[in-house]
Ligand binder design. Structure first.
Ligand code: MG
Length: 297
C-alpha cells in the first residue's frame, strides 16, 4: 500500500470558526474530503475489502461535519462538552476512522491497522475499542434512540453540546428509528441533528425495491422534524444546509443527503451497485489515481 494521507494539525474547533471566507472554507473541506476518501481506499486495500462504496459516498458529509461543524477536543475525546457523533451504521466505520484521523482524534498512522487482530479499528464500529466512536453500531435502528436519550440528558444538565446521528436509508426500515423520531420531536430536542445517507441501496438491494421510504422528507416533517434535503456530494450545499440546521430551534432537525456510491472514483461510481463492493487487487492504485484527478478538476 502507499502511505496514508497526512492530517493537518487540528486544534479545538469552535462553531463558526471556519466561516470567515466561503471559498476558502469550501476548499478546505474539499481537501479534507479528499483525504478521507484516500485514507478509506488505503484501509480497504490493507484488508482487500471493505464497505468502500459507502465510504466514498459519505466522505463529503463527514468532512463537513468533522472539519466544520462539530465541537471537540482531539486530545480529549471524552470532553464533557463535546458534540456527540453517533454512527449507527457500524459498517461505515471505515469512513468514520478516516474522518477521526482527519479530526486528529486517532493517529493517521494507525489507520493501516484497520481490521487486524488487536487493532482499535475493527471492521464494524465498536465504542469500547475506538476513541471518538460514541456507540457500537451495526445492528441498525438503535442510533436515534440513543441520540434522543443523550440529548435529553444533556438538556437536563444544561450542557450546550449537540448530538448528531448518521443513519442510512436502509435504517429507515427499522420501526425503532421512527419510535425514536417521535420521542425526539415530542421532547422538542433541538440539540439533535439526524443525517440520513440516502444512497438508494441497502444490503438486500435497491432501497426502492426492498421497502419504499420515499417521500423521506415528508415523513420526517410529519413526525415533527425540521427537514432539509441536499446533494450529499456537494460540499457547498452541505455547508449551507448544516448552517441553517444549526440555527433552527424548537424541534430536532434532519438532513437528508443524496449520495453516490463510490463518489469521487469513476471506476467505482460506474460499476454495478453492490452493498459490498468487490475491488480487484490492481484496481486500488487506479482508484487513487482517479481520485487525485478529480481533486485537480
Ligand atoms: Mg443505503
Amino acid at each position: 500500500m502507499t502511505s496514508l494521507s497526512t492530517t493537518p494539525a487540528t486544534a479545538v474547533r469552535e462553531v463558526g470558526e471556519g466561516q470567515k471566507d466561503d471559498a476558502q472554507r469550501i476548499e478546505r473541506i474539499r481537501q479534507a474530503a479528499y483525504r478521507i476518501r484516500r485514507n478509506a481506499l488505503d484501509m480497504g486495500e490493507v484488508q482487500g475489502q471493505g464497505y468502500i462504496g459507502q465510504a466514498l459516498g459519505v466522505a463529503d458529509v463527514l468532512a463537513v461535519v468533522y472539519t466544520d461543524q462539530l465541537r471537540y477536543r482531539p486530545e480529549d475525546p471524552h470532553w464533557a462538552d463535546r458534540d456527540r457523533f453517533l454512527l449507527s451504521i457500524g459498517h461505515y466505520a471505515i469512513a468514520l476512522y478516516a474522518a477521526l484521523a482527519e479530526a486528529g482524534i486517532i493517529p493517521v498512522e494507525e489507520l493501516e491497522s484497520y481490521g487486524s487482530d488487536d487493532s482499535r479499528l475493527p471492521m464494524s464500529g465498536m465504542a469500547s475499542y475506538t476513541p471518538g466512536m460514541e456507540i457500537s453500531g451495526g445492528s441498525l435502528g438503535h442510533g436515534l434512540g440513543v441520540a434522543t436519550g443523550m440529548a435529553l440528558g444533556l438538556r437536563h444538565l444544561g450542557n450546550p453540546a449537540r448530538v448528531f446521528n448518521l443513519l442510512s436509508d436502509g435504517e429507515l426500515d427499522e420501526g425503532s428509528t421512527w419510535e425514536a423520531a417521535m420521542a425526539c420531536a415530542h421532547h422538542g430536542l433541538d440539540n439533535v441533528t439526524a443525517i440520513v445517507d440516502v444512497n438508494a441501496l441497502q444490503a438486500d438491494g435497491p432501497t426502492a425495491g426492498v421497502l419504499r421510504t420515499e417521500p423521506v422528507v415528508d415523513k420526517w416533517r410529519a413526525f415533527g422534524w425540521h427537514a432539509l434535503r441536499v446533494d450529499g456530494n456537494d460540499v457547498a450545499a452541505l455547508v449551507s444546509a448544516f448552517d441553517e440546521l444549526r440555527e433552527h430551534r424548537g424541534s430536532p432537525a434532519v438532513l437528508i443527503c443524496d449520495t453516490r456510491i463510490g463518489s469521487g472514483v469513476p471506476l467505482l461510481e460506474n460499476r454495478e451497485k453492490a452493498h459490498f463492493m468487490r475491488v480487484e487487487e490492481h484496481e486500488w492504485e487506479l482508484a487513487r489515481t482517479q481520485l487525485q484527478e478529480g481533486l485537480a478538476r
